[in-house]
Design a binder for this molecule. Structure first.
Ligand code: GAR
Length: 231
């Protein structure tokens, strides 16, 4: 890969649970596949196993638990303050299961990224695996998008598709989608880190060209090293 001169892109990663996507980002950073520095991992859930992944990697952690605040507004205000104090170049939602308020979204406009387990705009919200299986779709997948104030809204940067098999259940399908997530998320973060991917006023440019529709990434027939080598 081309080494990126200059300081790394600084990240704050927001999690709520397992943090397997966080781990994929930590691994890509440790392997020098992406030129980033994780300033902190912030969780709304004090028991999130992902917090231990951060600690194992020597990354500072912070918890902002809704239960500690009288109102949602107080929680939202504190979360914004915690993340803003790190002054990250990019906020990465990696399985963060709370809706950010408008003030947060506006503050980090163009610098707030989310991963969602569906081929957006299909299946925003929860339980995407159950819904896609009961709809008998033939394909599912994951999306990386910049965040706006709509639920799982905002311009989609990249997607990976996963064919649904006749014998799939939620567990088997989610395992294959998550395997794609763990490749796709570091890749897209790497595009931002090398200055190739920019989002302004909900318009995305990748390597200077308008990205009118999501970039489809098929990892099965992709030489990943070569693709990552563009970072
Ligand atoms: C991921 O699969 C992510 O797509 C999903 O939560 C999971 C978190 O896993 N996010 C959403 O559903 C957001 N709407 P992880 O904690 O192991 O990274």
């Amino acid at each position: 890969m081309n080494r990126v001169p200059g300081p790394p892109l600084t990240l704050v990663v927001l999690i709520s649970n397992q943090g397997s996507n966080l781990q994929a980002i930590i691994d890509a950073m440790a392997n020098q596949e992406i030129h980033v520095k994780i300033l902190a991992v912030v969780s709304n859930n004090p028991n999130a196993p992902g917090l231990q992944r951060a600690k194992n990697a020597g990354i500072p952690t912070a918890v902002t638990d809704r239960a500690d605040f009288a109102t949602r507004k107080d929680f939202d205000r504190r979360l914004l303050q915690v993340v803003r104090d790190y002054d990250p170049g990019l906020v990465v939602m990696a399985g963060f299961m709370r809706i950010l308020d408008d003030e947060f979204v506006e503050h980090f406009e163009g610098r707030l990224l989310n991963i969602h387990p569906s081929l957006l705009p299909k299946y925003p919200g929860l339980n995407t695996y159950r819904r896609v299986l009961s709809a008998k779709d033939s394909v599912h997948g994951c999306s990386i998008h910049f965040v706006n104030s709509q639920l799982d809204g905002g311009p989609v940067v990249a997607q990976s598709e996963v064919p649904i098999r006749a014998d799939d259940d939620e567990i088997s399908l989610s395992a294959r989608v998550q395997a794609m997530e763990h490749k796709l998320y570091p890749m897209v973060i790497g595009w931002i880190a090398r200055g190739g991917l920019v989002c302004q006023h909900e318009t995305i440019r990748l390597d200077g060209k308008l990205l009118g529709k999501p970039r489809k990434i098929a990892f099965t027939d992709l030489d990943e090293t070569q693709e990552l080598g563009k970072l």
